[in-house]
Write a protein that binds this ligand. Structure first.
Ligand SMILES: [Zn+2]
Length: 137
């Protein structure tokens, strides 16, 4: 059975239950059905499996998607994206741990831009000095 996604509408910490809003309805959940030690905040994005009981739908196998966990658009797995670095040590992009699909491409930093300009300046300086060297003869 596939995972569904929604947001925590309300969580009663002292009572240990709450409701997830998903697909225009509110789905009951218990704190015991949350994976991991983290408690959901109101408004937190969650992934869950929907079940049906006597009193209506309820959620189990709940993953809290805040705090770095994301859904891969490609394989629909819930994952921590793996960051790929390029030469120079700056983060280039993050990819899915399961299928390798690109999750996010990081904007180039000012440092990268500076490095590029420095490289161009360096090449120009060499050309200029070579030019000066030959033009003296
Ligand atoms: Zn994936």
């Amino acid at each position: 059975m596939g995972k569904k996604f929604g947001t925590v509408k309300i969580f009663f910490k002292n009572k240990g239950y709450g409701f997830i809003h998903s697909e225009r309805k509110d789905i009951f959940f218990r704190v015991n059905d949350i994976f991991g030690p983290e408690l959901p905040r109101n408004g937190a994005r969650v992934g869950f499996v929907e079940k049906y009981g006597k009193k209506g739908p309820f959620a189990v196998e709940i993953d809290i998607l805040d705090g770095g966990l994301v859904i891969c658009e490609n394989c629909k797995n819930i994952m921590f994206p793996r960051t790929v670095f390029y030469l120079g040590g700056n983060p280039d992009k993050s990819v899915c741990r399961f299928c390798g699909a690109v999750f996010k491409v990081f904007p180039k930093t000012i440092y990268d831009e500076e490095a590029k300009y420095m490289a161009v300046f360096f090449v120009l300086a060499i050309i200029f000095s070579v030019f000066c060297f030959f033009s003296t003869y």
